[in-house]
Structures are given as C-alpha cells and as structure tokens.
Design a protein around this ligand. Structure first.
Ligand code: THU
Length: 127
C-alpha cells in the first residue's frame, strides 16, 4: 500500500492543473502486481479535463491490463479527497471489489471498497 501511495504522490507532481490548482495523482495496482499511474490534466475548455483516476486506469487498459485490486489517490487536501462519480463508475467497470485508498500529503489515509463508494453502479445488459 505504501508503494502505491508513493507512486500516486509522484504522479501528482506531473498534474497539469493551472485552472484549479488542485493537483491529483493516482496509481492502480493490477492483479499481477503491476502499477500504472495517472494525473489530472486540465484544459482551457474546462469540461475536457480528465481526472487522475481515469488517466491511471486508461493508462493500464491501454497497456493491456484490465484487472485491478487497488487504486490510490493522492491530493493535498484535508480530509483526503474522495473520487468523483465519473471515476467511481470507471473503477466499477473493472471490478466491484477494488480497494480505493484515499490519501493526502499529510499522511491521512481512508480506505473504502468501490462498491461502498458506488452503490448499484451501471452495467450494460442487453434485453
Ligand atoms: N479531479 C481528479 O483528478 N479526480 C477526482 O476524483 C475529482 C477531481 C481533478 C479534476 C480537476 O482537474 C481538479 O481535480 C479539480 O476538480
């Protein structure tokens, strides 16, 4: 867990957040022990911003990894920040058992399962 948080912290330093000044880093752990990271990337057209959690997950999926056990999210906020709804749904896509580690630079840590953070998430089913 410490390594995952450390990786998320390093990813946070790469955040591009000139509009909000709120830097976020994330690191996702695959079932076979690999770590992929992401940071938030903002845009002058604000709605095009991508969150750190989704950047990390898309980074992993783009490299061929789709099964995750944990994701760490690091912010400089008190309390540590909780993932937005869009990111929760993206996490849920890759398992309802993912452990979400919410940490801040001060060292506060909160851990919840994705199925606690997102109750009854959307799954596509055909009739
Ligand atoms: N942000 C994330 O990276 N993850 C979240 O779960 C919520 C918000 C980013 C988006 C934006 O760049 C900044 O934080 C402020 O909303």
């Amino acid at each position: 867990m410490d390594k995952l948080i450390a990786e998320a912290k390093m990813a946070r330093e790469k955040a591009y957040a000139p509009y909000s000044n709120f830097k976020v880093g994330a690191a996702v752990l695959t079932t076979d022990g690999k770590i992929f990271t992401g940071c938030n990337v903002e845009n002058s057209s604000y709605g095009l911003t991508i969150c750190a959690e989704r950047a990390a997950i898309f980074n992993a999926v783009s490299s061929g990894y789709k099964k995750f056990t944990k994701i760490a999210v690091v912010t400089d906020s008190e309390p540590s920040a909780s993932p937005c709804g869009a990111c929760r749904q993206v996490m849920f896509e890759f398992g309802d058992d993912i452990e979400v580690i919410m940490a801040n630079l001060k060292g506060d840590i909160k851990i919840m399962k994705i199925n606690e953070l997102l109750k009854d998430g959307f799954r596509l089913s055909k009739k």
